[in-house]
Design a protein around this ligand. Structure first.
Ligand SMILES: Cc1ncc(C[n+]2csc(CCOP(=O)(O)OP(=O)(O)O)c2C)c(N)n1
Length: 946
């Protein structure tokens, strides 16, 4: 900025500068010459089509070496008193925009005195009582109008320090800030709701209150996690759905935890009262082992002025906040199905508790997904039911380190509207404002509904023991409905008998089992809905033809190895592309990357979308996939899988954020909403999936049993004892196998590229949807023996068990090795090297559901085998062995007098040794033991080679 830089550009003056900038935008001549030139210069730097980053420029300017702390917020160089006061008035207006929320009337319990906020005082800006009747230019507060300082302050207090505390000045984009400002200012204009609207609000408030009271007296002491103290949530949600309908939103997907869930289910989503009562009475039947009533999901079509909106309340496990990314994934799938590129037809709404929102890391992970290409849903509406108490008993002082429970949302510059739940008019205003913001800017937005909790954490809990003072105030609180009724009576909007009749009618409806939500639509078309009907009858044994004729392989391969002529490929990628051409021609064997890529190509060609995400997934962590080709000259990218055929389905590969929990949950949510697609999450190394353990336990393994939801998600977990140390060797196969029951998922350990091809093909082509957990390889990606032929793709499908491949005389076999995955090749190589001819090797490619028949048959081929040996690379306390023994899977395949022998690494606390030399020794010992090389007196394999 050189010499022209105004002399008072100090950090303490940020509000001043921003205020001045606001004035400049409205009327450039109203600001001093030096500033006008400065702002003109900044404006010129804005590139067409780019957002106005003037705020960043101010911040950057403040970091200039010349920056030094100012003693006063008012620039010293401004000498003219009249002008100085005008600037001070603008500065004060801006201070309310920045800091007014600190003095807002947000707490229904009025537990603390509202803080003195220095920036909101006259003195802070060099003003005094004597200036109260002076008339000032107000920037945009009153439009172009000037006003007295007294009127300005009155308006500011009403706008920023009433029932709404707005935090939005942290947003960089000027357009967004100005949009919010124009909606908030001045409050005297915005705070007018029609009588009809207030009737509606009252009606929903009566519903929310009456339901809780009804359940409280009918089901005494039963847990329901009452909404009392925060009943305004119901009119808030009602408004959101109505506004959504008017904005042409066709689906709203809601994720929420326990608090107030039953109320939302009945009063918003239209669950039949009788269904809820049956659950309270423990009479509800259903398939699977089920879940408690406050975790169940529901959906319906709600009538709005502009057509029906499909509202889904997602099922929910107890683990707080983990539903957030699941809902986001589900929304993304619904948007994709509708080809909703603007992301305006389906909107996610997430309802949080204050402690959970501040405390759970997955909230941050989900925010971090919100604007990324592969995961954005065009903005989420977050609602915090902030009852000002965290956990069962704890104070905010113990449950967070931030001022507000919502501060994490600032990481994506979401506007945050704190609102007092005792003021339903303000809540409804904020509901519309927030949804309109989301629709306008496709960004996240937060409503912090500040309320209280009438009972303990649950109804069986005693809150006075730990919160005596808070609960004295709770006891003295008349209730939100009572306050609102009082207000409406005062305003002459209603009469007493009207409310009594409304309440009576609501209770009668409950008792007569009439839906008590808004009107439900029953005759809308289902074109854009997910249907799992086609997948319900099948079993994992339902056959599917996963083979591919030679001409299809060749046609697909031609597309996969094609790229724009001007593309200069990286050497390694060019080599790989050439090799893939040869593989398709049958001149060299198939490798892993090609088998996998061919499966994707075939699926998109058949109309099944493919979505693959994970860290580095586009290239492949181990450099084998290269689904995205990069032109080495200009960085341009090309995805051959998007050019397979004219009417193909979409192929999306995403290099994910560095998250396991939120990303896996997102993909889970996507897969539960899009059964037609192949949805894959890939861990960078399999063990990193333990960062997503909640998702695996709560959703992948148990979702169907708890909530009856099917899901065809695939998890690719690189697993293999390759000597890379304890952190990268094991995908913890044992943990997945321990979670297996009731055919809830499939666990596979494919050993060849063709097996990978058929397994992925089968996952989509079978009319059957269950999660598929895959121990995927690292070293096998380039292993010379882990290859396939064209015939393996054209002639046979996925083999649950692969029998002996060498010419071994069956009658002479005395020992059968049974194994899975990469160790097979070590065994095979050693057996060939040692010319062992009395040991057969059989591979189990699917561990769950266990293919007993197939393995039994394979074992029966060797009538003289006395021993069946399970060989695994994992330590004895890990891998598949415990599962195989416990489930008698191996025993049931033996026949008298066969013995079962186990060969594994020794028991170990850690998955693998750190030293490569130790690893090699262990591996050789394992192989030798399995092949009885030591007992035979044969030399160790490496010695022989030497
Ligand atoms: C991940 C997780 N940790 C702990 C719990 C146990 N728990 C259930 S509710 C709750 C308190 C939640 O407080 P808040 O988020 O403020 O919601 P509120 O119950 O007050 O509405 C806790 C700790 C849980 N359900 N999930």
């Amino acid at each position: 900025m050189g010499n022209e830089r105004p002399g008072f550009l100090y950090s303490a003056n940020t509000p001043y500068i921003e205020g001045l900038y606001e004035v400049y935008l409205e009327s450039p001549d109203a600001v001093p010459e030096a500033w006008r030139r400065q702002f003109d210069a900044w404006q010129r730097e804005i590139r067409p089509g780019q957002p106005d980053r003037i705020h960043s420029r101010i911040q950057a300017a403040l970091l200039h070496p010349a920056t030094r702390p100012s003693r006063t917020a008012v620039p010293a160089s401004v000498t003219d008193d009249r002008f100085r006061k005008q600037v001070a008035a603008l500065q004060l207006i801006n201070a309310y925009r920045f800091r007014g929320h600190r003095a807002a009337d947000l707490d229904p319990l009025r537990q603390y005195d509202r803080p003195e906020v220095p920036e909101l005082s006259l003195a802070f800006h060099g003003l005094s009582e004597a200036d109260m009747d002076t008339v000032f230019n107000t920037g945009s507060l009153f439009g172009p109008e000037a006003a007295s300082l007294r009127d300005i302050i009155a308006q500011l207090k009403q706008t920023y320090c009433g029932s709404i505390g707005a935090e939005y000045m942290h947003i960089n984009e000027t357009a967004q800030k100005r949009w919010i400002q124009q909606r908030l200012e001045p409050a005297s204009v915005r705070d007018v709701l029609s009588a009809a609207k207030r009737h509606q609000v009252l009606e929903r408030l009566v519903a929310a209150t009456a339901l809780e009271e009804y359940l409280h007296t009918k089901y005494v002491g039963q847990k329901r996690f009452s909404l009392e103290g925060g009943e305004t949530l119901i009119p808030l949600l009602d408004e959101i759905i109505q506004v959504a309908g008017q904005s042409q939103v066709r689906e709203v997907v809601v994720g929420m935890a326990h608090r107030g869930r039953l109320n939302v289910l009945v009063n918003i989503v239209g669950k039949m009262p009788s269904e809820l009562f049956q659950e309270f009475e423990g009479r509800k039947n259903g398939s699977g082992s089920g879940d408690v009533k406050y975790h169940m999901g529901y959906s319906s079509d709600i009538v709005t002025d502009a057509g029906p909106v499909h509202v889904t309340l997602a099922f929910n496990p107890s683990h707080l906040e983990i539903i957030d990314p699941v809902v986001e994934g589900s929304v993304r799938a619904r948007q994709d199905r509708r080809n909703d590129v603007a992301r305006d037809q389906v909107v996610p709404v997430l309802i949080h508790g204050d402690a959970a929102f501040a405390g759970q890391g997955v909230v941050m992970e989900t925010f971090n997904l919100s604007q990324t290409r592969g995961y954005t849903t065009g903005g989420t509406l977050h609602i915090i039911v902030n009852n000002q108490i965290g956990f069962t008993t704890s104070d905010p002082l113990d449950s967070r380190s931030t001022l507000y429970c919502t501060d994490v949302a600032k990481m994506v510059q979401a506007p945050i509207f704190h609102v007092n739940a005792d003021d339903p008019d303000a809540v409804v205003f904020v509901a519309k404002l927030a949804l309109d913001f989301r629709m306008e800017f496709n960004k996240d937005v937060v409503i912090d509904l500040v309320c209280y909790r009438k009972h303990g954490h649950s109804e069986a809990d005693e809150p006075y023991a730990t919160q005596p003072i808070m609960y004295q105030r709770v006891r003295a609180h008349p209730g939100i409905k009572a306050l609102y009724v009082e207000k409406l009576l005062r305003d002459g909007v209603i009469t007493d008998p009207y409310v009594a009749a409304m309440t009576r009618e609501y209770v009668q409806n409950l008792e007569n089992d009439i839906p008590v939500s808004r009107t439900l639509a029953c005759d809308i078309e289902y074109r854009n809905r997910t249907s799992f009907e086609p997948y319900k009858g099948g079993s994992w044994r339902t056959p599917a033809d996963t083979t591919l004729p030679l001409e299809r392989i060749r046609a697909l391969a031609a597309r996969l190895t094609d790229y724009p002529p001007h593309f200069k490929l990286h050497k390694a990628v060019a080599k790989l592309t050439g090799a893939r051409r040869e593989m398709a021609a049958g001149s060299i064997p198939f490798d892993w990357g090609f088998g996998e890529t061919l499966a994707y190509a075939s699926l998109v060609d058949l109309g099944h979308p493919v979505r693959l995400s994970g860290q580095d997934s586009a290239r492949g962590t181990f450099f084998h996939r290269h689904a995205v080709i990069h032109n080495q000259e200009d960085g341009e990218t090309y995805l051959p899988l998007r050019h397979v055929s004219a009417n193909q389905a979409t192929f999306l590969v995403i290099n994910s954020t560095l998250s396991e929990e939120a990303v896996l949950a997102f993909e889970y949510g996507y897969a539960t909403s899009e059964p037609n697609a192949l949805v894959i999450w890939e861990a960078q190394f399999g063990d990193f999936a333990n960062g997503a353990q909640v998702v695996i336990d709560q959703f992948v393994a148990a979702c169907e049993a708890k909530w009856g939801r099917l899901c065809g998600l695939v998890m690719l977990l690189p697993h293999g004892y390759d000597g890379q140390g304890p952190e990268h060797s094991s995908a913890r196969l044992e943990r997945y196998l321990q979670l297996c029951a009731e055919e809830n998922m499939q666990v596979c350990f494919p050993s060849t590229p063709a097996q990978m091809f058929h397994m992925l093909h089968r996952q989509v082509l079978r009319p059957y949807r269950r999660p598929l957990v895959v121990m995927s390889p690292k070293s096998l990606l380039r292993h010379p023996l882990s290859v396939s032929t064209l015939a393996d793709i054209t002639d046979r499908g996925f083999q649950l068990v692969i029998e002996e491949i060498d010419q071994i005389e069956a009658g002479g076999v005395s020992r059968i090795l049974v194994c899975s995955g990469k160790v097979y090749f070590d065994l095979l190589e050693a057996r060939r090297a040692q010319q062992v001819d009395d040991i057969a090797i059989v591979r189990v490619e699917q561990l769950y559901p266990f293919p007993r028949e197939e393995l039994k048959q394979a074992i029966e081929r060797y009538p003289n085998a006395k021993e069946v040996v399970w060989v695994q690379e994992e330590p004895r306390n890990q891998g598949a062995i415990a599962y195989l023994l416990e489930g008698l899977h191996l025993f049931s395949c033996l026949h008298e007098p066969q013995q079962l022998v186990i060969v594994a690494r020794p028991y170990s606390a850690s998955p693998a040794v750190g030293s490569h030399v130790n690893h090699v020794e262990q591996q050789q010992q394992l192989v030798s033991e399995a092949l009885r090389l030591t007992r035979r007196g044969a030399q160790q394999p490496q010695k022989k080679t030497a």
